[in-house]
Structures are given as C-alpha cells and as structure tokens.
Design a protein around this ligand. Structure first.
Ligand code: 3PY
Ligand code: MG
Length: 264
C-alpha cells in the first residue's frame, strides 16, 4: 500500500475493545461548531441528522472540520435514509448510526448501503474520503469495510425482541441504544424516562448480548454524570449530552457565577 494506510484509528479502537470512549453530539448545523467542540478531549464527534438540522452539504463540511482537528466524525442519519449513509461515508465519515433498526431485514438494508461487496452493495465514489485520508482508490476499497463502522440503533420493543438477529448481521459492527425512545416504548407512550432502573436493566441486558456477539455497545447519556454511569455499566462509547444542552448549561452556569459574585 502507498501513502496512508488507515481511514483513521477509530474503528480499530472501538472494535478492539478499548472502551471508555466519549463523543460529542452535535445537532446545530454549523461546521464551526464541530471545529470548536473538537478542541475538547472528545474521542469522536457525532453529527445528528435525525433530530439535528444538518443537511448533506453542511455535514460534509462538518466532517472535514472534525478531521482538521484530528477527530473521527460519525453521522446519525434520519430514519431509513440509507442513501445518505453511503454519501456520508463518501464524504469521510468514520461511521454511521442508523435510528430505529427494528429487524434483521432493517439491519441488512443498512449494512448493504454502508459496506462494499461481498458484505454489502455500497456504491463507489468516496472522493472526499480519499482526499481526507490520502488513501489510493485501491487501498480505500480494500480497507473501508473494516475501517468505517456501521452502528444499528436499538430503541423500540421490536428491536429488543430482534436484538440477537440484528447483532447477527455480518455488516453490523455495533449497536447504539436510544434510552429516550426505549423508555417511551417500554411505557407504551406514557413517559419519557431514560434514566430509570427499568431502562438500566435493559441496557445491561443489551451489553451482555453485544459481548456474546462480539459487537461493541454505544449509548446516549443525557449529561456527563449519566455518561460516567453508562461507562461504568460497560458501554464502549457514550454521549455526554448534546451540543444544545452543553451550550445552555455553560451559559446558565456563567450567569449564575456572575450573579453570585455580584451579590457577594
Ligand atoms: C434516544 O435516546 O432515543 C436517542 O435516539 C438518543 O438521542
Ligand atoms: Mg431515539
């Protein structure tokens, strides 16, 4: 192989069982947000295209901003948008997170879009990814399936029932649990309660199933403390709150500090 030989080190870190990884989660569709958050000690950055406002163009530039700061950037696609999954990999994303994967056939369709043959049917065209990595076309083709990660979200009752079949799909590298949707599903729509003992029981079960299938386990944590608990529970990769929440809590704590000093 000539030149660079890896897309980045992220896939081997997470698949190798390093664990303890913390990622930023960004929904505000400005690549400069990625630039700023990438300066912090995050192991990765996720662009949320499901509930965040990114479009494919802004996400492609966001991926570049993350890479400029030496950070792998993953994207969460909108539900079922597997066409965007391969476009984001073409733009240099290190992995794709797909929400609401509820069956083995959902997982197979997702893997098809993100893995080259023989594993899947990803179509050729990783122009930006090759620019970012410095890999030749031949080297990119030879390594992309291993060096980008395909992550299925488990966050419904159907997905819980099908978790083993989803994890058994070859092109699925890991799972990502959505505790908010899971709590809504478990309560049949009665409550949003992602940080409860009931949800924790399901999370522990899913970590054990991931270990049994040699897949890595990721999860959304609503803040830093919750992220720490989830890492202790055994998750390999956690979110420590979203950009909007971190921005607002930073602002709230600055205002509170100013008022405390003013009054003192
Ligand atoms: C969930 O908790 O449902 C998620 O999708 C994470 O944001
Ligand atoms: Mg969700």
């Amino acid at each position: 192989m000539s030149g660079a030989t890896t897309i980045d080190a992220f896939a081997s870190r997470i698949k190798g069982g390093e664990g303890g990884l913390i990622s930023a989660w960004i929904g505000i569709p400005d690549p400069l947000f990625v630039n700023h958050l990438a300066q912090e000690a995050f192991d990765a950055i996720v662009l949320d295209m499901q509930h965040g406002i990114w479009d494919i163009g802004s996400a492609a530039v966001g991926i570049g901003q993350g890479r400029l700061a030496g950070k792998p950037v993953l994207a969460r696609i909108p539900v079922g948008d597997f066409a965007s999954a391969s476009r984001l990999l073409d733009a240099g994303a290190s992995g794709i997170i797909a929400p609401m994967i509820n069956s083995a056939s959902d997982a197979e369709a997702f893997a098809k879009a993100t893995k080259y043959p023989p594993l899947g049917e990803r179509s050729w065209g990783p122009t930006l990814a090759m620019n970012h990595t410095g890999l030749s076309a031949a080297d990119y083709l030879a390594t992309a399936n291993e060096q980008t990660v395909t992550i299925a979200m488990i966050e419904t009752r159907a997905a819980l029932d099908a978790a083993d079949e989803i994890m058994r799909v070859d092109g699925i590298d890991g799972i990502f649990v959505g505790p908010s949707d899971l709590s809504i599903a478990l309560s049949s729509g009665a409550k949003l309660a992602p940080d409860t003992a009931e949800v924790d029981g399901v999370l522990k079960h899913l970590i054990a199933r991931c270990r049994a299938h040699s897949k890595f386990a990721c999860v959304f944590g609503s803040n830093g403390e919750r992220a720490g608990e989830l890492l202790k529970m055994g998750f390999d990769f956690v979110i420590a709150g979203a950009d909007t929440q971190q921005l607002r809590s930073g602002a709230a704590s600055a205002i509170a500090a100013a008022r405390r000093v003013q009054a003192g």
